[in-house]
Design a binder for this molecule. Structure first.
Ligand SMILES: Cc1ncc(COP(=O)(O)O)c(C=O)c1O
Length: 499
């Protein structure tokens, strides 16, 4: 709300800046006593600039119909536009029925200020123009500045200063020694497997509840995945089942810290040590999470990260492998770059791939890491808001908080009551432009992967049938989240199945 209300004494330039920051395309102009005067749109400002009205003029001049600036504006445009500009701005008293508010929404203004004693206390926005995506990138730091630097200096490919900086920033943040930036999280997993010489005949243990990339990477390495079930509390791979699934052929375990929650890395590390197995943590969803104060990734031979646009930090597409081993770091850097010798150009010592990240992507990544602490804080606030506002509704059970584990909010996730029809919930939310996602489907249920199941996976089956991810985009304010949450709360009651 704060960014929507604008004092009449502000300049046109300042108002333009405010509209850019609030992302709504409008401001509500108020007088010195905070009484509502008019709604000014970004279109009004565009027309003022075209009419050569000074950017230093007060915004009040576009509100007062008898000002010389307003008259200049009218003279510049054809009669039918001038007529529309003279119409008073719509406003309504708080408590006005929705049907009435819908009638007030016009093509020019889809957002109506709601007043109490002439002061703006809330606003109504036409739902068709409101869309709450599950996630969206937040690129309001130095992203543009650093990308412009890449373009101006011509370093747009996979060399340039931002790549080593990005690698160092991520490895420092996660507490590992070396970082190898790659083109996405899936190839990070594949590069890790290649680097550890995991290949045909080797078995790799993976959880049933994960995104397909985890198992696809194992299959691309021609190894055999072994799918085991997850724990009901953490939703991550069950250490007891790992132990059961180990054979002479097992070479590695890939724990996935699902939805930002850490797997039991203490037990998994003990098992790996006892059986001489590699650990490759899939940290695509967990950058910043920790287990007993050790950051996610810190338990690995090689840890893998994703910087896809829906992740905590993004480079558009992008990923990274982290390790504490100098030898593995050097080998990964060679394999990422076609397996070419570092000292003899075009001489191949190994079979490799082109898994490089570009300097432009790394530039965005550097700007994102600069903001990672504030992103983590805001995501956790959003999660707390959902948990607080839905705590009275027994149909929603939040992701569990586990002692000694610090989770990161990647997506806000809840388990719905067994009676809830998840598909109906998703489609009713979709009708009011709220994007909900189901949990990942069990790998063991899907045709390409089902033959790799170790045993039945009842826990994943249950979680997958009841789990929902909610909008976690950082562009919305608390007020907007309260509205989203209220709608979800209401919808949930309409989705109860008769069992
Ligand atoms: C658990 C998990 N692993 C791996 C990946 C793959 O990352 P990317 O999309 O960057 O290839 C993802 C991405 O969504 C993921 O959620």
């Amino acid at each position: 709300m704060k960014n929507l209300v604008c004092f009449a004494s502000r300049t046109i330039y300042e108002t333009m800046e405010q509209i850019t920051l609030n992302g709504k395309g409008v401001v509500f102009v108020v007088d010195d006593h905070e009484k509502f005067l008019a709604t000014i749109t970004d279109g009004d400002i565009r027309r003022a600039i075209l009419s050569k009205i000074s950017l230093g003029a007060k915004i009040e001049s576009l509100v007062k119909k008898n000002s010389k600036e307003f008259q200049l504006l009218l003279s510049r445009f054809p009669a039918e536009i001038a007529k529309k500009l003279q119409r008073p701005s719509a406003s309504a008293n708080i408590g006005t029925p929705v049907e009435e508010l819908l009638n007030m929404v016009s093509e020019r203004i889809n957002i109506i200020p709601l007043l109490k004693d002439h002061k703006v206390v809330d606003y109504f926005q036409h739902k068709a123009l409101f869309y709450a995506p599950i996630a969206s990138p937040c690129l309001r730091g130095n992203e543009l500045k650093y990308v412009v630097e890449c373009l101006e200096t011509n370093w747009i490919s996979s060399q340039g200063r931002f790549i080593p900086i990005f690698e160092k920033m991520i490895s420092d943040y996660c507490g590992l020694k070396f970082g190898v930036a790659v083109s996405n999280g899936t190839v990070a997993l594949h590069l890790a497997l290649m680097t550890l010489n995991i290949a045909e005949g080797d078995e790799v243990i993976v959880p049933d509840l994960t995104f397909g990339a985890t198992i696809n990477a194992v299959l691309q390495a021609r190894a055999t995945p072994v799918i085991v079930d997850v724990e009901p509390d953490s939703w991550c791979i069950d250490p007891l089942l790992i132990e059961k699934a180990i054979t002479k052929k097992t070479k590695a375990i890939i724990p996935v810290h699902i939805y930002g929650q850490m797997a039991n890395m203490k037990k998994i590390s003990e098992i790996a040590k006892k059986n001489n197995l590699f650990i490759i943590e899939d940290c695509a969803e967990s950058i910043g999470a920790a287990f007993e104060n050790k950051m996610s990734g810190g338990f690995s031979d090689i840890a893998c990260y994703s910087f896809f646009a829906n992740k905590v930090i993004t480079t558009g597409e992008g990923g990274m492998c982290l390790t504490n081993s100098k030898e593995l770091d050097e080998r990964m850097k060679v394999l990422r770059d076609h397996g070419m010798s570092k000292t003899k150009r075009y001489w191949h010592d190994h079979v490799g791939m082109n898994y490089r990240l570009t300097n432009i992507q790394a530039a965005i990544g550097v700007a994102q890491v600069e903001q990672i602490d504030s992103f983590a804080m805001r995501r956790n606030q959003i999660r707390s808001l959902y948990e607080e506002k839905l705590s009275h509704n027994p149909l929603f059970t939040p992701q569990m908080k586990i002692k000694d584990r610090k989770s990161i909010t990647w997506l806000v996730t809840f388990l719905m009551d067994k009676r809830i029809d998840i598909d109906k919930m998703i489609s009713l939310a979709c009708e009011i432009n709220i994007d909900l996602r189901p949990f990942f489907y069990p790998l063991s249920e899907m045709e390409p992967f089902k033959k790799f199941k170790f045993e039945t996976c009842p826990v994943t089956n249950d979680l997958s049938s009841r789990g929902l991810c909610f909008p976690t985009s950082m562009v919305f304010s608390d007020e907007e989240y309260c509205r989203i949450i209220r709608s979800l709360d209401e919808i949930s009651h309409k989705c109860i199945k008769f069992l």
